[in-house]
Structure formats: structure tokens, C-alpha cells
Write a protein of this length. Structure first.
Length: 192
């Protein structure tokens, strides 16, 4: 029903965001609501609506890749919206895709709420169905030299490649920032 909503963030909660869209407040469940705490101007969220017998919920994502991943995860028997959000919160799409394609169920059990049985179901259900996400992930910062330079600077400050990869996707959403702005945003996320 909804593709995206664009508005201003009114409130941030532990699991959701209140988004003001022309005077109407929408509650959007998010994998990382506090990541948006410094964004107060007009912001766009890609939406997925989940309808259950006694509940209608909206889930908001900063980019379409995360929404697509969320929708794919919901097709897996035994993976609900909360588990799918916890996987997305790790911001490790490439690691997740590699684990699915290489049938590494041990890797998948590191995500909260995903045990051995659920990890095997994710592999069986999604193996061979993630190529569209892989192509999108591999081109994240090819043409953003400012971001690439900032990531190198963060690594030289002593952060691990794993930590830097976890914030790279978020930082890549911002265009036309200076290197120091990328570094400052990255530090805010890495030091939390």
C-alpha cells in the first residue's frame, strides 16, 4: 500500500520513530531508530506494511535495499518482523548474503533471535535469491571519493574493518558531504 513516506522526525523511541507527514504522525518501526537522531529536516523512509489479525504496523527503512532484505526475510518460515529488524540492525548485508550463499548457518546464529533451526530455514528459503541485493551492495561507494577517504581515516584511527563496514552503508546515504562530516557522523556511530 505504501512505498515511502517523507516528513520530519518528531520523536525517537527504542524501536520506532514518529514521523510527521503533513501533520499526521506515523509510527515507523526501525532497525536503528537512534541513527536518525541528528536528522531533523525532511527525511524519506521506504515503507513496508505488515498486517496481522490484530495489528497493522509500518516498518521504515532509509534505503530500498534494506526494505528488500526485510521483505525477503519475512518470507522465511519462523522469521517475523522483529527478527528481521534485528538482522538488519547489524548493517552487515554482505556478510549475511555470503552466509546464505555459502550455507554458513553458524554465521547466521550470531543474529539475535536466530537459532540453528531458523538459520537453516533462512539458507533453504533464500539461497540463490539474493543476487539483486549483492549487486546493489557492491556498488555502495564506488563514486564517492569523500566517503572512501573518510573510511580510510576511520580505519587509521584504530577502528576495525568490521566496525567500519557496519557504518559504511549508513554513511553512504549522505551525498555531497565533506570528508570531515563523514568522519564525524561515523565517529558518532562507532563510539556509542
Amino acid at each position: 500500500m505504501f512505498d515511502f513516506l517523507s516528513g520530519t522526525i518528531e520523536s525517537i523511541y527504542s524501536d520506532s520513530i514518529a514521523l510527521n507527514v503533513n501533520g499526521v504522525g506515523y509510527k515507523l518501526y526501525s532497525a536503528t531508530p537512534y541513527a536518525f537522531s541528528d536528522e531533523t529536516t525532511n527525511i524519506k523512509f521506504f515503507i513496508h506494511q505488515v498486517v496481522r489479525e490484530n495489528d497493522i504496523s509500518l516498518y521504515g527503512f532509509k534505503n530500498q535495499k534494506n526494505r528488500d532484505l526485510f521483505i525477503k526475510l519475512l518470507t522465511v518460515n519462523g522469521v517475523g518482523p522483529k527478527s528481521a529488524l534485528s538482522i538488519i540492525a547489524y548493517n552487515d548485508m554482505q556478510g549475511l548474503i555470503n552466509a546464505i550463499e555459502n550455507e554458513d548457518s553458524n554465521y547466521l546464529t550470531r543474529y539475535p533471535g536466530i537459532g540453528p533451526k531458523a538459520s537453516k530455514m533462512i539458507i533453504v528459503s533464500l539461497k540463490g535469491k539474493t543476487s539483486d541485493l549483492m549487486q546493489a551492495t557492491s556498488s555502495v561507494n564506488q563514486d564517492n571519493s569523500q566517503l572512501a577517504e573518510a573510511l580510510i581515516a576511520l580505519e587509521s584511527l584504530g577502528f576495525s574493518k568490521k566496525d567500519i563496514t557496519s557504518v559504511e552503508q549508513y554513511l553512504s546515504e549522505f551525498k555531497d558531504l565533506k570528508v570531515e562530516d563523514y568522519i564525524n557522523r561515523g565517529l558518532k556511530l562507532l563510539v556509542k
